[in-house]
Design a protein around this ligand. Structure first.
Ligand SMILES: *[C@@H]1O[C@H](CO)[C@@H](O)[C@H](O)[C@H]1NC(C)=O
Ligand SMILES: *[C@@H]1O[C@H](CO)[C@@H](O)[C@H](O)[C@H]1NC(C)=O
Ligand SMILES: *[C@@H]1O[C@H](CO)[C@@H](O)[C@H](O)[C@H]1NC(C)=O
Ligand SMILES: *[C@@H]1O[C@H](CO)[C@@H](O)[C@H](O)[C@H]1NC(C)=O
Ligand SMILES: *[C@@H]1O[C@H](CO)[C@@H](O)[C@H](O)[C@H]1NC(C)=O
Ligand SMILES: *[C@@H]1O[C@H](CO)[C@@H](O)[C@H](O)[C@H]1NC(C)=O
Ligand SMILES: *[C@@H]1O[C@H](CO)[C@@H](O)[C@H](O)[C@H]1NC(C)=O
Ligand SMILES: *[C@@H]1O[C@H](CO)[C@@H](O)[C@H](O)[C@H]1NC(C)=O
Length: 298
């Protein structure tokens, strides 16, 4: 029985090793853009005080984010609509409408610097500029930044993104393209509008990419599949081996029990009982039941 329990535990360990799919492992590498955005939101709210509207503030990030930059501005909605905003890497023209509307809005700008390719990946493309982004929130009086995320409706001129730094060496003669990242790892690739500019009509995260040099694609795919089948083979092999061992074990115990039974039939001529350390023969307790004569009523 104990053996059987161990076997079950073994199987569970093996299957838990096998089960996580590659996509799951990729998602849990610890660099989740959404949680970064939420972190910056909370950090801006916690670290900034006594703000002037219309002034851009650098957010000094914790040391373990070194290489990343973030800044914050709080703007009156009326001014935002009439004059637009020109901060960080973004030029937002007039007549962009934040939704839902309020008296003020707060914008958090990000530049992921050397962290860009950890948080954002574009299959078949290589990032050649840091990922920059901006998120807009409500800004109720009393707090620095609200919890309500805003969206922008730009019917007129689009928002312009100027990239502070483009890696010229990488993909030297290749066509650069703009990439806009959506939620859940989605992205959209468009043409650049000028030397180092992209345009957008909404909030989000942006970068520049070039097509990756074609990799010998089938080789890693095949290798991966082979390895997977190898693991599957090992697991089923072990499972089968375990089964065989269980059956053998059971057969052996049954045979042993039978021989023990036979042996005890031979050994125990008398019933025995123990007195201290010695085994004593004893007569059976049950004898022929005496019966009383007068009970017999003819
Ligand atoms: C904010 O940070 C950027 C980049 O580190 C720097 O160039 C700029 O001078 C800083 N601005 C202020 C007001 O500290
Ligand atoms: C930096 O440390 C904070 C906790 O102090 C943690 O929440 C955050 O995830 C860390 N950042 C990175 C990039 O590891
Ligand atoms: C980015 O660069 C800074 C130094 O500028 C370094 O401390 C940090 O570890 C780097 N981050 C990553 C993810 O490479
Ligand atoms: C926005 O500001 C940058 C400098 O920070 C300047 O070069 C650019 O001309 C400004 N754009 C507009 C449309 O005012
Ligand atoms: C990347 O390229 C490979 C082969 O060239 C193709 O099969 C795959 O669909 C591409 N992926 C995307 C997201 O375009
Ligand atoms: C911002 O911080 C204040 C206190 O520092 C807190 O009361 C408030 O709930 C925070 N707001 C958000 C949206 O996290
Ligand atoms: C890019 O093009 C130039 C000439 O247009 C050439 O000299 C150079 O070798 C090319 N670089 C690459 C990496 O192909
Ligand atoms: C993007 O640029 C290519 C040439 O560089 C052109 O053929 C294509 O039509 C452009 N796409 C759009 C949507 O403008």
């Amino acid at each position: 029985m104990e053996f059987f329990n161990w076997y079950i535990i073994w199987l569970m360990i093996l299957f838990s090793l096998l089960s996580p799919s590659p996509s799951f492992m990729q998602a849990s590498n610890g660099y989740d853009p959404l949680s970064l955005t939420n972190f910056l939101h909370d950090y801006a709210n916690a670290s900034l005080r006594n703000l002037h509207t219309g002034t851009l503030y650098n957010i000094s990030l914790p040391a373990n984010f070194s290489g990343m930059e973030a800044s914050f501005v709080r703007i009156l909605s009326a001014k935002f609509w009439s004059r637009g905003a020109n901060f960080s890497s973004f030029y937002i023209p007039p007549k962009v409408i934040p939704m839902p509307s309020g008296r003020r809005l707060a914008i958090v700008f990000e530049n992921l610097g050397n962290w860009s390719s950890l948080y954002y990946k574009v299959s078949n493309y290589t990032l050649v500029a840091p990922v920059v982004g901006f998120m807009a929130y409500d800004s109720p009086s009393g707090t620095v930044i609200g919890n309500q995320k805003l969206t922008f409706t730009a019917d007129g001129d689009p928002i312009t993104i100027r990239f502070p730094h483009i890696d010229a060496a990488q993909g030297e003669n290749m066509t650069r393209k703009c990439v806009q990242f959506g939620d859940w790892g989605t992205f959209e690739i468009t043409n650049m509008t000028s030397e180092n500019e992209c345009i957008t009509r909404g909030i989000g995260h942006f970068s520049i990419v070039v097509a990756s040099p074609p990799t010998p694609a089938p080789a890693p795919g095949k290798k991966k599949r082979n390895r997977k089948w190898f693991v599957v083979g090992i697991v089923f092999g072990l499972a089968f081996l375990g089964l065989v061992m269980i059956v053998t074990f059971k057969l052996l115990t049954r045979r042993k029990l039978k021989s023990m039974e036979k042996q005890s039939e031979k050994d125990v001529a008398f019933d025995t009982f123990w007195v201290g350390r010695s085994k004593m023969p004893s007569a059976s307790m049950t004898r022929t039941q005496p019966y009383l004569e007068h009970e017999y009523v003819p």
